[in-house]
Design a protein around this ligand. Structure first.
Ligand SMILES: Cc1cc2nc3c(=O)[nH]c(=O)nc-3n(C[C@H](O)[C@H](O)[C@H](O)COP(=O)(O)OP(=O)(O)OC[C@H]3O[C@@H](n4cnc5c(N)ncnc54)[C@H](O)[C@@H]3O)c2cc1C
Length: 411
């Protein structure tokens, strides 16, 4: 039996630990904080079956000048962070070329299909049906949004990717969600098969309780150094002491960066921060809804509706920009046609790759070291399948064709 250390107990690390423990490995988790309280705490909660298009595309590049010049832009790039984007920017441009985009899209379509199935299985295995809902989601077009005139074509394109999707007129949208205000609304896309979480943290906690019951150990400490052993295996040094293990899986989100750099490994995974606010104002919402133009969602969760989104390329440890919470509030107020009061403000760090595919696999030249991060906007959706892929890699099993496209070796 192998002893495997999983560094990071976010939703990705927890899912990796679950798959490995399920294969009979001795698994130990390492995290200075309680499970699920990093980025996994604050997401929009969507199991995003519709997310079949990589961000790096000609369309994104065309929209970039307009987006960056908006007063209420969702996207921002901190000039102080540009040096860290040197490895990311040119690769993003290359990934946007039609041939690369087509390849990444075909990998992403297959990855999302397998990920959604795996995530549904994982959620069902927790036997806590109160933690999620299968009510679909709505992406809405706002007055002045160029996407408003292409709703039918967008719905057809999603169906071609194997995703159930319907273009809806204003009244059809309001039949589904009467709380929405008609003033800014011009129609939307309905994804009836999308599942969403009602409490992201409760899901991580339920998963951790399951792992604890299966004998997985949690070391409450920050891993500071990784040392390869001449005899094989790794020494892992944390604040409390040392641990010797056979294999290591790094799932520490953006903190993987520092751990890998200390081993001389650099990958173009960058910090893309996102924000949420939880509303105090009660709203009767049945499913996640959001403006397409702003890439944000209002998700009904336990404790109130959560407005989540925005994209900020900046250092992970910079102070939060409070204008982003105001922006989310403003988009929410346009959605519901009323002023909203806030109960909670949160900011977290996505770890994003230039081609929109996560980094899941063995680190070349470092025997027994694997990574699982770079999931960008889709880490919740892809976590269970990431765990399955890591377990299959360690077992030396045949992998799906797209696994090659996820390997750290591609950089
Ligand atoms: C606003 C927003 C909305 C989002 N919405 C969605 C969505 O609707 N659907 C979706 O699929 N995805 C969504 N995401 C993305 C998703 O939340 C992330 O991809 C996912 O949570 C990443 O999980 P993780 O386990 O990799 O990272 P984290 O949850 O950050 O976990 C990493 C863990 O590593 C630990 N750690 C760090 N350093 C060390 C160290 N040195 N030693 C030990 N442990 C360490 C941390 O304490 C943390 O617990 C969203 C993200 C944001 C920000």
């Amino acid at each position: 039996m192998n002893t495997i250390a999983v560094v990071g107990a976010g939703i990705v690390g927890l899912a990796v630990a679950k798959s490995l423990a399920g294969r009979g490995h001795r698994v130990q988790l390492h995290d200075p904080g309680p499970p699920g309280e990093g980025t996994s705490f604050g997401n929009a909660g969507l199991i995003a079956n519709y997310a079949t298009s990589p961000m790096a595309s000609i369309d994104t590049l065309k929209q970039l000048p307009r987006e960056l010049s908006r007063r209420d832009a969702s996207l921002s790039v901190d000039p102080r962070y540009l040096a860290r984007l040197v490895g990311f920017g040119p690769r993003f441009l290359k990934a946007a070329t039609p041939s690369c985009f087509a390849r990444h899209k075909s990998d992403l379509v297959a990855l999302i299909r397998d990920s959604v199935k795996a995530q549904h299985r994982l959620l069902e295995s927790l036997q806590a049906p109160d933690l999620y809902a299968d009510t679909g989601c709505l992406q809405l077009a706002r007055r002045g949004d160029p996407l408003a005139v292409t709703l039918e074509a967008s719905a057809r394109a999603k169906r071609a990717d194997g995703v159930a999707c319907q273009a809806l007129a204003v009244e059809e949208v309001r039949d589904l969600e009467p709380e929405l205000d008609r003033a800014e609304l011009v129609g939307g896309l309905y994804f009836p098969a999308t599942r969403h979480l009602k409490d992201s943290l409760a899901v991580s906690r339920a998963l951790w309780r399951r792992l604890e019951g299966d004998g997985v150990a949690l070391h409450h400490s920050r891993v500071e150094r990784l040392v390869p052993l001449a005899s094989g295996g790794w020494r892992l040094i944390d604040e409390a002491g040392e641990h010797q293990v056979d294999q290591l899986v790094l799932c520490a989100g953006i903190a993987n960066d520092g751990l890998l750099r200390s081993l001389g490994v650099t990958l173009p995974v960058v910090s893309e921060r996102g924000y949420h606010v939880r509303l105090e104002t009660p709203l009767a919402l049945s499913r996640p809804v959001g403006w397409m133009a702003h890439h944000f969602y209002a998700t009904p969760m336990h404790g109130g509706v959560r407005l989540a989104g925005t994209t900020e390329f900046t250092a992970p440890d910079r102070a939060a920009d409070q204008r982003r919470w105001e922006r989310l509030q403003g988009w929410g107020e346009a959605l519901f046609g009323r002023s909203l009061s806030l109960a909670e403000r949160w900011m977290g760090v996505r770890h994003s790759t230039p081609d929109g595919l996560p980094v899941v696999g063995r680190v070349p030249g470092r025997e027994g070291l694997l990574v699982a991060y770079g999931h960008g906007h889709l880490g919740l959706t892809q976590s269970a399948h990431t765990g399955e892929l890591i377990a299959a890699m360690i077992a030396g099993e045949t992998l799906p064709d797209y696994a090659q496209a996820l390997s750290p070796q591609r950089f």
